[in-house]
Design a protein around this ligand. Structure first.
Ligand SMILES: C[S@@+](CC[C@H](N)C(=O)[O-])C[C@H]1O[C@@H](n2cnc3c(N)ncnc32)[C@H](O)[C@@H]1O
Length: 328
């Protein structure tokens, strides 16, 4: 097959790799198998599903290395045992369930492209219809992969008070407080999301230094007296105008000499690379009315409009960047 045909084939069939994983996670196939070996009939009974359906699904999951098949019976592969059980050490189940939710929403891409924004009810990142708990748990799965590196690169020496705006499950605030013993952090988010954050803060034993503040970043002030304001994977949910207003609110809340740090997916001036960021732009098109991936230059323009000076930019976690502004 020539290269052009091969590329089209790969792209048009790519979804078939994800669909069995999402169905398996949604139906609870991996959880139901646990450490056991079960026939497709036994598994179908446990899952209250059709034996034919479960056999087809499990055969595909076997071909994808997520199950192993022995005669007519299936067991979790090492990959599934490590990543797809709720209490597995490297569990990514919440993130996979998040992917399953996005998979449905991405089906509306052509309509969203015509409209120029989401055609669906509710946004996974905000709004009344989302499952805040599931969303926050997925964010925690992602955050745990990067929090240590961000804590190291952000520069916490001398930071006494910080606020994590849209801080979700609190994973970053917890990592920062662990690294800097004199740091007091506030996690600012919606009340439902902060329930997850409070559980994580309690589990980390940091209730004395990490607190929560419910609020709406589009309308509420953040308080005052902060040395650092952190916005991680937050500005991509909003339009440029909304972000300019959020950064202006950050500028008002900072101490003189304090810094704002925007962490988000890096995208170059062409807006076509890296691939993950270009695809993330699609995620914002189908899920939000104004969200986007923003270039470092666009973020710096919000800083300058708010009276902050551009401080520095640092690559982080593979495809993200930390962009710092400072209040003189
Ligand atoms: C993509 S998540 C990022 C969470 C976290 N900062 C991280 O990097 O893992 C965006 C967060 O912003 C919160 N959020 C969305 N709209 C908000 C608003 N208007 N005010 C405050 N928080 C908001 C969501 O609840 C969610 O926790």
């Amino acid at each position: 097959m020539n290269q052009a045909l091969q590329r089209i084939d790969e792209l048009s069939m790519g979804f078939q790799m994800s669909a069995p994983l999402f169905a398996g996670a949604r139906l609870g196939v991996f959880q139901a198998l646990g450490g056991e070996t079960l026939s497709s009939d036994e598994l179908a009974k446990r899952l209250n599903a059709s034996p034919r359906g479960i056999r087809a699904l499990c055969d595909a999951l076997t071909a994808l290395d997520l199950l192993e098949k022995d005669g007519g019976s299936y067991r979790n592969s090492d990959i599934a045992l490590r990543t797809l059980l709720e209490d597995a050490p490297d569990s990514r189940l919440a993130l996979v369930m998040h992917g399953a939710m996005l998979y449905d929403r991405w089906a509306s891409l052509a309509d969203a492209a015509v409209r120029g924004g989401s055609v669906l009810d509710g946004e996974p990142g905000s709004g009344a219809n989302r499952d805040e708990e599931a969303f926050a748990k997925a964010m925690a799965d992602i955050g745990r992969m990067s929090a240590e590196e961000v804590a190291e690169k952000i520069g916490l020496a001398g930071v006494r008070r910080m606020i994590d705006v849209g801080g979700g499950p609190g994973v970053y605030a917890i990592a920062f407080a662990r690294r800097e013993p004199s740091l007091h952090a506030v996690v600012f988010d919606s009340p439902g999301t902060l329930e997850v954050a409070r559980r994580n803060i309690a589990a980390a034993g940091l209730e004395d230094r990490v607190s929560t503040q419910p609020g709406d970043a589009l309308n509420d002030e953040f308080g005052s007296g902060y040395d650092l304001i952190f916005l991680s994977n937050f500005v991509h949910m909003f339009s440029a105008e909304q972000n300019a207003a959020i950064i202006a609110r950050c500028a008002r809340a900072l101490n003189i000499g304090g810094r704002v740090c925007v962490k988000d997916f890096a995208i170059d001036e062409s807006r076509t690379a890296p691939l993950r960021s270009a695809l993330f732009t699609i995620n914002m098109l189908v899920n939000t009315q104004g969200g986007d991936c923003y270039t470092c230059g666009e973020i710096v323009a919000w800083f300058e409009a708010a009276g902050l000076a551009f401080d520095s930019e640092t690559p982080v976690c593979g495809n993200s960047m930390l962009v710092f502004g400072k209040k003189a």
